[in-house]
Design a protein around this ligand. Structure first.
Ligand code: TNX
Length: 472
């Protein structure tokens, strides 16, 4: 790349021009270049340019794969879909010197190795969850999280928007959910919530990075914030106090009351209108205060509500005790029997084994943040396993992909988020993307060590595990 390089975009559609502009905005500040994004008809002349085009003549690349051909005079990136171009651009970033991540002019030279990369994901769903209920995080924090997972080619982000400690998304037909239910958090701090305008901004920011937001409202348990905001959601019509500690399994909506389904219909309708993606997550975990037959009745009923609003429901593994409608997705986290039942009932599975991908688990006995009820998860443990062999009875064709959740009982700010998420998320992203047969810990740990300077320039406050020889 040189000062006079340009980014040529085949056909010049607004969507592809935006992708080109995203790349220009990323590269121009550190390189000091003034690369322009130009509409192109056919391959541009070979003046150290970058050429982006969409053409679907390689079906194996799917929705997100790409072909990157770097010759001495031209970088050509081709994909079937715009999302593939965006993923390929992340590879271009990764091939350039680490200082390309900095926002001010750097020395260069801006050399990139020649060669051909043909790359596509193994699983169509690669995600991370952020719990914004136990502790609230700002729109800017969520955007940074999105930027970081986009770099590792994840394509979904799940926001855990309501739990016992806080309701974080404005619902216009039930305003007290956020006014009262969003007013605190674990430890009694002031909490917070996203207005619908702010939430739309998050969804758009993610979509510009080809990431789909999955909103979760956990129910019928994990609902104290809602119960505290509206007495009629309780069987005794009395609103409990707000809750700022960290126990689970004590709250439940009064699931045999009609009011509950009017409430859920309103919530899902408003959420669906904010959600361009296919999924609404309704939780369903740890409903220990709900009777089993009530729970089954509840999950049956809410699946229909989600479908009525044109979406597919995701629920934590416990929902497989209910009848599953076609399209409902089960998220495995701890009880393999539930997940296997989900498969037998025809559901696709999101793999989130707590012992491997729960980012709130401590690394070892000395980790100050986090919990250890599932496991302590060092870097090797988080990386060195396969989605398709983890649970006998759940095979590759049953698996949608992988999601790494960060529960936030112990996490209060972005530095703490980053310390628990990195570097484990880097390896988990690979579990979903790279071919299972070719991955090896011995090879990965070397690559991860060399990735340290990149994380540093990205300002990531990662855990410096002793398992890795980190490049200074
Ligand atoms: C279990 S995992 C939970 C969450 C907690 C988490 C803490 C799941 C579906 N439920 O409510 O935040 O453990 O690690």
């Amino acid at each position: 790349m040189k000062g006079k390089s340009s980014i040529y975009v085949e056909g010049g559609s607004p969507e592809l021009m935006n992708i080109g502009q995203w790349l220009a905005d990323k590269l121009n500040p550190p390189t000091g270049f003034d690369m322009k994004v130009k509409d192109s008809k056919g391959t541009p002349g070979s003046g150290n340019n970058i050429y982006l085009s969409v053409s679907d003549n390689d079906p194996e690349l799917g929705e997100e794969g790409y072909l990157l051909n770097i010759s001495e005079k031209l970088i050509t990136l081709t994909a079937n879909k715009p999302a593939g171009l965006f993923r390929g651009i992340q590879t271009i970033r990764q091939l350039l010197p680490d200082s390309v991540e900095l926002g001010t002019a750097q020395k260069g030279p801006w050399k990139i190795s020649t060669g051909i990369i043909r790359d596509y994901p193994t699983y169509p769903f690669r995600s991370s969850m952020l719990d914004v209920s136990r502790h609230f995080f700002s729109v800017d924090d969520v955007k940074r999280y999105i930027d970081l997972i986009a770099f590792y080619k994840m394509n979904f982000m799940h926001l855990h928007l309501a739990d016992d400690q806080g309701w974080r998304i404005e619902i216009k037909s039930w305003p007290n959910l956020t006014i009262h239910g969003g007013s605190t958090q674990v430890g009694g701090g002031k909490g917070g919530f996203y207005t619908q305008e702010q939430y739309k901004d998050i969804v758009k920011y993610a979509a510009d990075r080809y990431i789909t937001i999955i909103p979760e409202i956990d129910m019928p348990g994990h609902t104290n914030a809602a119960l505290a905001s509206y007495p009629e959601l309780n069987c005794n019509n009395k609103a409990p106090a707000l809750y700022t500690k960290t126990a689970v399994g004590f709250s439940t909506l009064c699931v045999r009351k009609d009011t509950i389904y009017k409430f859920i219909d309103d919530v899902v309708r408003e959420l669906a209108a904010l959600t361009p993606g296919p999924y609404i997550h309704l939780g369903g975990d740890e409903s220990h205060a709900t009777k089993k037959d009530d729970y089954i009745f509840f999950i049956d009923t809410v699946q229909a509500i989600v479908q009525k609003h044109g979406k597919q429901m995701i629920g934590w593994e416990e929902i497989s005790q209910s009848k599953l409608k076609p399209g409902t997705v089960v998220q495995y986290w701890s009880n393999a029997e539930h997940a296997i039942t989900g498969v037998k009932k025809g559901a696709k599975i999101i793999m989130s084994p707590a012992t491997k991908v729960y980012l709130d688990m401590k690394y070892d006995s000395t980790t100050k943040l986090g919990q250890d009820w599932a496991a302590r998860i060092e870097i090797d443990s988080a990386y060195n396993w396969k989605l398709s062999t983890r649970v006998p009875g759940i095979a590759r064709e049953n698996i949608l992909g992988v999601e790494a959740p960060l529960w936030s009982e112990t996490v209060t700010n972005m530095d703490e988020i980053e310390y628990l998420v990195f570097p484990r998320l880097v390896g988990i992203a690979e579990l979903g993307w790279s071919p299972e047969a070719t991955r090896s810990w011995d090879e990965y740990k070397v690559r991860l060590g060399k990735h340290a300077p990149r994380m540093k320039v990205l300002g990531i406050d990662y855990y410096q595990s002793k398992q890795i020889t980190w490049t200074e």
